[in-house]
Ligand binder design. Structure first.
Ligand code: ZN
Length: 587
């Protein structure tokens, strides 16, 4: 990035273009507020461990977010946690079946709140391992970035009340609330489904009193459901939620609404509005979310607040832009395993943690197959899984195979080896040690490949082309004779790629300290022996202690020299004297 900015005149960055599912066009991204991008991604339903298909979708939103950041946008990214109301038959216009959480709780013999907590914790662990930026760093502690449905019942009820008041929703005799699809003519435009098709596909439960089969539930009533909120009494509510509910809907909701729980679709409409405002720039999800989930979100925002469907973007139509719920809809295509839908019976269903540690997760067969493909201990490193899941374009279906994983492993190792070689050339140098600027060939390589990488990603996140730029750079770097200054530029380039890829292990694991470097180091202040026990271990500090050992040996104090070597060993650093100097590596 540094280079792009410095050379902005010569190397202007391409503009970001994205495929908007709503208009089915590739469009130039123009946020509502200059310099800011507001983005909402449908998050996990925490009733089981997330599988690789889920993570492919979440990682696509992570790559998008990082590309927006590379383009200079300040991104606010929200991804919700669905911990109530997501039914088992969610492909139907009005999802039927059982609440996924309730079902998991019944099967596990636990209560749904505990089940949700357990799987949310597991999800966060997996998400961090796979380096979803939403769960790294300071944001991890900010609950507004990953809101839970069960903590946004006030926002949902307030929205339901608006829908009732504005005539887009109606009640049945049980006190359930439905959205009346006939009131929203644009329903079906995102997915291209026609209402007639929906009617044919929808099944009407006998006990239901809906006006039309495609109408969907906003609020469900079921006395057996363990998660219940009474809209007319604070009993059972978290006090802070009840207080907020009274503020958001001072008159409460219609007295005929009975205690119950929300439908899945109203959750995302309410949470995105609560944390990102009325209009968001980008809404992402998997293609299976397009219908009915996202159609319903659009319908609800229209009904409650008069927000229109996405229209032409840009300043010329600012009024329209401001009155749109989500301006760009982006959907990741599905993931197949061995060209088929993932299946537990066929052994092709993988959670992320199945791959991280198959033997531990009862998949000894998988561990053996992975081991045969060269995976040490039959385990897949999270960086390798991340690489595999982001390696094709999100608008293409992904066929996941163990061979794809093996290729991903080879690719990550290739970048890592190049990175380590460059770091070894730079050695424990400080800026003062690096003489002169890098040569022209190196600077041209950095400019060309960084630009190719950005151009590819700005072209609707064309990851295969972006990776082609990465490997072009890697093979050129591998073929070049590099001085320290060149290696520094090469490192910057790989680190710049890794802002998006995030697959490099940046820990310094090994290096060579040449005799000249050790001599140069001896002329500077040496570290205290006592600090060896607590010093931060990196190439620079290792160089200091190796020089300290050299000084002791020069003074014929071999006992002290050995003590320094043993002290380094105790910190996990092995050193070996070679003809070129001292080679060190982490255990
Ligand atoms: Zn959603």
């Amino acid at each position: 990035m540094r280079h792009i900015v410095e050379n902005a005149g010569k190397n202007p960055m391409s503009v970001l273009k994205l495929k908007n599912s709503y208009t089915r066009q590739i469009e130039v991204f123009e946020p509502l507020f200059p310099g800011r991008a507001l983005m909402y991604s449908c998050g996990p339903t925490v009733y089981s461990f997330a599988h690789i298909g889920n993570f492919r979708s979440f990682l696509f939103s992570d790559v998008l977010r990082r590309v927006l950041e590379r383009n200079g946008y300040e991104v606010r990214h929200v991804m919700n946690i669905t911990d109530v109301g997501h039914m088992t038959e969610d492909h139907l216009a009005d999802a039927q079946g059982e609440d996924k959480l309730a079902k998991a709780a019944r099967e596990l013999g636990s209560d749904p709140f505990k089940v949700a907590q357990h799987f949310e914790k597991a999800f966060v662990e997996d998400a961090r391992a796979l380096r979803l930026k939403l769960y790294l760093g300071g944001e991890a502690a900010e609950p507004g970035q990953h809101p839970r449905a069960t903590e946004h019942i006030p926002e949902m009820l307030a929205m339901i009340q608006k829908l009732l008041e504005r005539g887009y929703a109606y009640l049945d005799s049980a006190g359930q609330v439905y959205f009346e699809v006939a009131k929203f003519p644009e329903y079906g435009q995102l997915s291209g489904k026609k209402v007639e098709e929906l009617e044919a596909g929808a099944r009407v439960e006998v006990r239901e009193e809906k006006k039309a089969p495609e109408d969907f539930a906003l609020w469900k009533v079921d006395a057996k459901h363990l998660m219940q909120w009474d809209p007319h009494s604070e009993k059972g509510w978290r006090p802070e939620d009840w207080k907020r509910y009274r503020e958001l809907a001072p008159g409460g909701v219609d007295a005929r609404v009975r205690p119950g729980f929300p439908g899945w679709h109203i959750e995302c409409s309410a949470m995105s509005r609560a944390h990102l405002g009325a209009t968001i720039d980008i809404h992402t999800g998997g293609e299976d979310n397009m219908f009915p989930h996202h159609e319903c979100e659009i319908a609800q925002s229209y009904g409650a607040y008069g927000f229109t469907v996405p229209g032409p973007h840009g300043a010329a139509d600012e009024h329209h832009a401001r009155k749109t719920f989500a301006r760009y809809w982006l959907h990741g295509r599905h993931l197949l395993v061995d060209n088929r839908k993932m299946s537990k019976r066929d052994g092709t269903f993988f959670t992320a943690r199945d791959l991280f540690n198959p033997a531990f997760n009862g998949r000894a067969d998988l561990a053996a197959r992975l081991e045969a493909l060269g995976f040490k201990g039959g385990r897949v490193l999270p960086a390798v899984l991340r690489y595999a899941l982001i390696s094709n374009q999100y608008t293409q279906p992904m066929n996941f195979t163990l061979d794809l994983l093996a290729q991903a492993k080879a690719s990550v190792e290739r970048i890592q080896r190049c990175f380590e070689r460059l770091r070894e050339i730079v050695g424990p140098a400080t800026d003062a040690d690096i003489e002169g600027p890098a040569g022209d060939r190196m600077l041209a390589l950095v400019d060309a490949q960084e630009r190719a990488f950005d151009d590819a990603l700005n072209d609707n996140l064309n990851m295969p082309n972006a990776l082609a730029a990465v490997f072009k750079a890697v093979s050129e770097l591998n073929s070049m004779e590099l001085g320290k200054a060149e290696a520094v530029e090469g490192l910057r380039l790989l680190e710049s790629f890794d802002e998006v890829l995030d697959v490099l292990d940046r820990r310094e694991r090994s290096g060579l300290l040449t005799r000249q470097e050790i001599d140069a180091r001896l002329e500077r202040p040496l570290p205290e022996f006592e600090s060896l026990a607590t010093a931060e271990i990196d190439a620079l500090s290792v160089a200091g202690f190796v020089a300290l050992r050299q000084a002791a040996r020069k003074a014929k104090d071999f006992k002290r020299g050995d003590a320094i070597r043993d002290g380094l060993k105790a910190r996990g650093v092995l050193i070996e004297d070679t003809s070129q100097g001292v080679r060190w590596k982490l255990e």
